[in-house]
Design a protein around this ligand. Sequence first.
Ligand code: AP5
Length: 232
Amino acid sequence: MTASIGQVRDIGHVVVLLGAPGAGKGTQAQILSGRLGLAHVATGDLFRAAVRDGTPLGLVAKGYMDRGELVPDAVTIEMLLERLGAPDAAAGILLDGFPRNTAQAQVLDEALAGKGGRVDIAPYIQVPEQDLVGRLSGRWICRAQGHPYHEVANPPLTPGVCDVDGSELYQRTDDQPATVQARLRQQLGSLELVVGHYRDHGILRTVDGTQQIDQVSKDLLAAIADVTDSRG
Ligand code: AP5
């Protein structure tokens, strides 16, 4: 496969947000992308949109997602590279949910290098495995834009309604307990390898994801500023 990004001429800063399922990547990506002016690119959101729209990609992805497995690299990488070619990538990208294994990490490095770019920093939101099940089983998502809530840790002002856009809240089918267990069983090993990939490149920054949401955001912003300020 040719790891080529397509039409966008330059890509700004690239931040790869790492964490286990339920660690808080989506929650933090929505906050940070607005603060930093980066395009939020979430492969899980792209797959859910494809499933909702009944596209050929969605039909392929659905079975893997329902089983808690990673969608095969060939389709995932093609979808991601196409998204990175959109004009908003020029302002910089905040990746959420990609890469999920070392093959994806290597393709990303290669594709960015083709545009004279690189991953600037990979913040890792670390949360112990025993906390993840409760986070996912209590999660509610808004239909319109995917804003995440938690029935205990981060409830909406009005039950069942998104604070931001007023749309209905729902629970993801892959947040059923059996699928959550499958996701953790099948995905935590490859996450460790991706964490190792960025540690080896000297750009991993670990943040304590068990803190309050706003403190996690502050720690992430500090870690990102540290690197992006020094690299220009
Ligand atoms: P994806 O959508 O990426 O799911 P995920 O990685 O499993 O992550 P989640 O969205 O479940 O969790 P999150 O870390 O974003 O947590 P959130 O902020 O919502 O992927 C879904 C599927 O798509 C995959 O299983 C796979 O099949 C496929 N896929 C996606 N990308 C792929 C790829 N690259 N390759 C192959 N397949 C791919 O928070 C969780 C809950 O915790 C919320 O309720 C939130 O309110 C709460 N919370 C957040 N922060 C805190 C805090 N600090 N304290 C207390 N509660 C908190």
